[in-house]
Write a protein that binds this ligand. Structure first.
Ligand code: F6R
Length: 614
């Protein structure tokens, strides 16, 4: 949610900043901008639209500097236009600032500044902080330094931020601070980078420092220093080596990141399981949470909290953990959980699931759970992310960077981790070794299963072409596959803008059946398990009312063939691995539909990858 880049060093900052913005564009893409400082001269260009629109203007300009900041925006306060694009400036034009997050008390501060005749040009919350810094720096008897003015302003704002700022009266210096929104400092040879994640930094240096909340960075000719925003106490932090590769953050031969990431699942699920499966004992080795296994075993309840796709993974996790481990699991939207009086105590385990590890609601829910004494565990994809650092322990999904806005490989990795947790606890609670081995054997063949699915996409394309003009889509599944239906529907909504709903297949009779006519495609998830015949009856009900039937199954029999308009066949697998293979075919269906509808697949309207605001 908004991407920030900053650079100071001996190179031309322009290409570094623009390439960095392109890498961060998944975080927001409604406008972007760049500001450069050359001695005491601050110049800038900003533009509504994609980073490529900014690039055209920059290419036509002679903008240059020795250090600079840049931003790609996902609008919260103020419509996406040129004026509201970042960087924002104070009324003297000498201070520039980029911001990721929300200043909640901006109206109060703005009123005070307006009374002092400060003129605002944008309708953003961000402009308030830059005007406030200016007021403290230029109109203050105390004669604060730029650094102190920024520190003082940050103490007056309430909310979440990652900020990076420049001042024309103190050239060759960048100031940054973090409270709630991610910020990474890259440390190169006499050059420094700041970014919302490590992807803009990797081709320049592998040495980074993940900033924590309340931290303040000053970078100038002398190098960098990190201190507490308020107390100014110097914080010594060690460098982390990032092992991300450039290939991982580029889409290579694929037309879209989403398609690349769907294909990555041919190995990413195995990457998640690497070193964690123990076939001989029919169990899993989960070093990341090993010290907390006794707490899980004796827990009175588990909450899983997450948002969006990660919440769907949580629903699948509930099914698995209750089935194998027999511990009650409640799955909660983090945005609800954080504001309700849930029953949380020291006997409660709270598992936060998040691809980015930065989702504001999930992070806040986690913090509340900690306050009430719960043990907190994380399932995150991004190493070094806030949630992974805030939790007592956790398991990284190791799916590799996910850049497409619609989550794909992160979801299947999350489900894989939940399977491994459920089995681990289950084995300790009496699930037999043979049952464990059966599941592990199925997990071990998943790469082949995924490769088969992704080779046979002819039928998926046919379904997409036939239903591309549909206005609605219904996804129906039962048991552990009800959340798979929810996830299939979410994927479709996000990238094709077709309204879609996921429903428990039998629940359809209690309302959605009224929607069925010859224009409504209905996706049935029909695994070969004890729900199969029940789903078959639900298919009959839709058939009788003329709906377009698309059945996804690993059990193609004559009834399925005769009832369905289209059959999407999956390789036979374990019933608890089926949600993974089925989700992949539904990801492909959503992708192909979005292609047919000529949608902007990696940058769907109104969305951003990492939702770091409430
Ligand atoms: C959907 C999607 C979102 C995210 C949600 C949580 O494709 O990507 O629904 O799942 O915003 O994000 P994380 O997992 O980063 O906390």
């Amino acid at each position: 949610m908004c991407g920030i880049v900053g650079y100071i060093g001996n190179k031309d900052p322009v290409p570094i900043l623009l390439k960095g913005l392109k890498r961060l564009e998944y975080r927001g893409y409604d406008s972007s901008g760049i500001a450069l400082l050359q001695e005491n001269n601050l110049t800038h260009i900003k533009k509504a639209g994609k980073v490529s629109d900014l690039q055209l203007l920059v290419d036509d300009s002679s903008i240059k500097g020795t250090c600079g900041i840049a931003h790609t925006r996902w609008a919260t306060h103020g419509i996406p236009n040129d004026v509201n694009a970042h960087p924002h400036f104070d009324h003297t034009g000498k201070i520039a600032l980029v911001h990721n997050g929300i200043f909640e008390n901006y109206e109060t501060i703005k009123k005070v500044l307006v009374k002092k005749d400060v003129h605002f040009s944008s309708t953003t919350d961000t402009e308030v902080i830059v005007q406030l810094i200016s007021e403290l720096y230029y109109n203050n008897d105390e004669k604060l330094t730029f650094e102190d003015a920024v520190r003082a302003a940050l103490q007056e704002v309430v909310g979440a931020y990652g900020i990076v700022a420049l001042c024309a009266d103190e050239p060759n210096k960048i100031i940054a601070a973090r409270m709630g929104s991610p910020l990474v400092l890259g440390v190169g040879e006499k050059e420094y980078f700041l970014a919302s994640d490590a992807s803009p930094i990797i081709e320049h240096t592998r040495n980074v420092i993940y900033l924590d909340d309340d931290e303040f960075v000053i970078i100038d000719k002398a190098g960098y220093s990190i201190s507490n925003i308020k107390s100014k106490k110097i914080i010594s932090k060690s460098l982390t080596k990032i092992d991300l590769t450039i290939e991982e953050v580029e889409k290579g031969e694929f037309p879209h990141f989403m398609l690349k990431e769907i294909h990555d699942q041919k190995h990413s699920i195995s990457d998640t399981m690497r070193g964690r499966l123990n076939l001989d004992n029919g169990t899993t080795n989960l070093g990341g949470i090993i010290n907390y296994i006794p707490n899980i075993l004796s827990a009175s309840r588990i909450y899983i909290t997450a948002c969006g796709t990660s919440w769907h993974a949580g629903l699948i996790g509930k099914h698995l953990i209750e089935e194998y481990a027999r511990v009650p699991v409640h799955v909660e939207y983090a945005s609800e959980f954080r504001y309700r009086n849930a029953i949380i105590d020291a006997n409660t385990i709270v598992i936060a699931i998040s691809q980015s590890g930065e989702t504001a609601d999930t992070l806040a829910a986690l913090k509340i759970a900690k306050e009430f004494g719960a043990i907190t565990l994380g399932i995150c994809n991004v190493v070094g992310s806030s949630i992974s650092r805030e939790t007592d322990a956790g398991i990284f999904t190791h799916a590799g960077p996910e850049i497409g806005v619609a989550s794909t490989k992160a979801f299947t990795a999350q489900v894989t981790v939940l399977i491994m947790i459920a089995l681990n606890i289950g084995r300790k609670k009496g699930v037999s070794k043979d049952r464990g081995k059966e599941l592990i054997r199925a997990l071990k063949t998943i790469d082949q299963d995924v490769a088969i699915i992704l080779k046979n996409i002819k039928n998926i394309k046919k379904v997409a072409q036939y239903t591309a003009t549909a206005e609605n889509y219904l996804y129906l599944g039962r048991g552990i596959n009800f959340p798979v239906a929810l996830e299939g529907a979410l994927k479709l909504k996000e990238i094709s803008y077709i309204h879609a709903e996921g429903y428990p297949a039998a629940e359809m009779k209690h309302g959605p059946i009224a929607l069925i006519d010859e224009n409504l495609p209905v996706v049935f998830i029909a695994p070969q398990d004890d729900t199969f015949n029940k789903v078959l009856s639900n298919i009959e009900e839709v058939k009788a009312r003329g709906g377009i039937i698309i059945t996804v199954t690993d059990n193609v029999n004559n009834s399925i063939k005769s009832l369905s308009d289209f059959v999407l066949t999956l390789p036979k697998t374990h019933k608890y691995v089926f949600p993974i293979t089925c989700s992949i075919i539904l990801q492909m269906l959503a992708y192909e539909l979005a292609v047919c509808r000529k949608c902007e697949i990696d940058q769907p309207r109104n969305l951003a990858k990492s939702v770091t605001v409430e």
